[in-house]
Write a protein that binds this ligand. Structure first.
Ligand SMILES: *Cc1c(COP(=O)(O)O)cnc(C)c1O
Length: 368
């Protein structure tokens, strides 16, 4: 049996008739940037997340940068970020000229450890970027409490968490702004790159719209130094269609995670924990195994594809020279990077595929 790490066939088959119609319609319309399709998606996604504004942009990396720029964060400022995430979470800080300050993640939740915030905050700290990692919300009450105490904005990196909840709130509606990715394999994926910013701040929304579109106020008036980062009309329409299925598809991921739990619990493998105040939507199903290399090879030979998110904590990557011995500063991230393994999970993965994967893992750890 073959088990791909991520297979979009199920999703694609469901939306195919609707999207083929859209392709046809776009020939007649010839509106490829902006227009009603982008506006409709923005309104629908803002309502879904529960915020006043959604601004479609080129991708989530741009969304994060635009939020920082929109908040006026730059040279001389510090922004706290988790040491363990996709590189964009920290790269955006450096790209706007500010300094990322790394904190470790919590060993249970894999999200930013709120206990470590206080001692990393000083008068230069202008923001905290929380990542709702693997599809589970960070501990927003604890992080929010500290952010309020020091009057610092929280920016939510929601790239892996479209539809995820903290208590009754969708992530992306809790901090000053949220950044979403519509990269094809994310929970809500386009047919190419795409992203958006969500916010309840009228002022920030206004600034980000300007920044993302050449600083253009009307056709010929550039009121600030902007750039070009826009969501294509076709991608917006595809996203608008796929958003109708997002809750259903997230539930399928949750069911798959439940089956992994029952298939693997009691073994030596460390399984993901779901915190009581969150709704984890399992963008990724990440376990920890000893002898990871052997397990990966064993699974691969059986036709089961896995992945590692991520093999290197951000402070140890080349763009963030921090000096030697980073692992002692971020022990959880360092340990995780050596033993985490992402198992196949996607809407449409079958019970047989999960059972086959669980059996293969149990066999792999018993022989290794
Ligand atoms: C995917 C991802 C991003 C970047 O999203 P793009 O749309 O590819 O720019 C940022 N942060 C996290 C946590 C991600 O997983």
């Amino acid at each position: 049996m073959k088990v791909l790490f991520n297979d979009l066939t199920y999703q694609n088959n469901i939306v195919k008739p609707e999207i083929l119609e859209i392709f046809k319609e776009s020939f007649h319309r010839s509106v490829f940037i902006g227009g009603i399709w982008v506006q409709e998606f923005e309104e629908k996604f803002a309502a879904y997340i529960g915020v006043r504004h959604c601004i479609g942009v080129g991708n989530c990396t741009d969304a994060l940068e635009l939020i920082l720029e929109g908040l006026g964060i730059g040279h001389g400022d510090e922004v706290i970020v988790p040491a363990y995430s996709w590189i964009s979470t920290a790269a955006c800080v450096k790209r706007v000229g500010a300094t990322p300050v790394f904190v470790d993640v919590h060993p249970d939740s894999y999200t930013m450890d709120p206990e470590l915030l206080d001692k990393n905050i000083n008068s230069k700290t202008k923001g905290i970027i929380t990542v709702h990692f693997y599809g589970q919300s960070a501990d927003m009450d604890a992080i929010g409490g500290i952010a309020n105490k020091y009057n610092i904005n929280i920016i939510e990196d929601c790239a892996q968490a479209s539809g995820s909840l903290y208590k009754d709130n969708k992530v992306g509606s809790i901090g000053i702004a949220g950044a979403f990715s519509f990269y094809p394999t994310k929970n809500l994926g386009a047919f190419g790159d795409g992203g958006c910013v969500t916010t309840n701040s009228d002022e920030l929304a206004h600034r980000i719209r300007l920044l993302a579109n050449h600083g253009l106020k009307d056709r010929n008036q550039h009121v600030l130094l902007g750039r070009n980062s826009r969501l294509d009309s076709l991608q917006a329409k595809i996203l608008e269609i796929k958003l109708n299925y997002l809750n259903e598809w997230n539930e399928l991921r949750i069911s798959a995670a439940k089956q992994y739990l029952s298939g693997l619990q009691g073994s030596r493998i460390k399984l993901p924990k779901v915190l009581p105040q969150t709704k984890h939507i399992f963008h990724l199903y990440v376990v920890q195994v000893e002898n990871r290399k052997e397990v990966i090879n064993f699974l691969d030979e059986k036709g089961i594809h896995t992945a590692i998110h991520y093999p290197i904590p951000i402070p140890e990557t080349k763009p963030f020279p921090q000096g030697n011995d980073q692992s002692s500063k971020y022990p959880v991230s360092a340990r995780m990077s050596g033993c985490i393994l992402s198992l196949p999970i996607f809407p449409g993965i079958t019970e047989d595929q999960i059972e086959f994967t669980c059996d293969a893992i149990l066999e792999a750890i018993s022989v290794s």
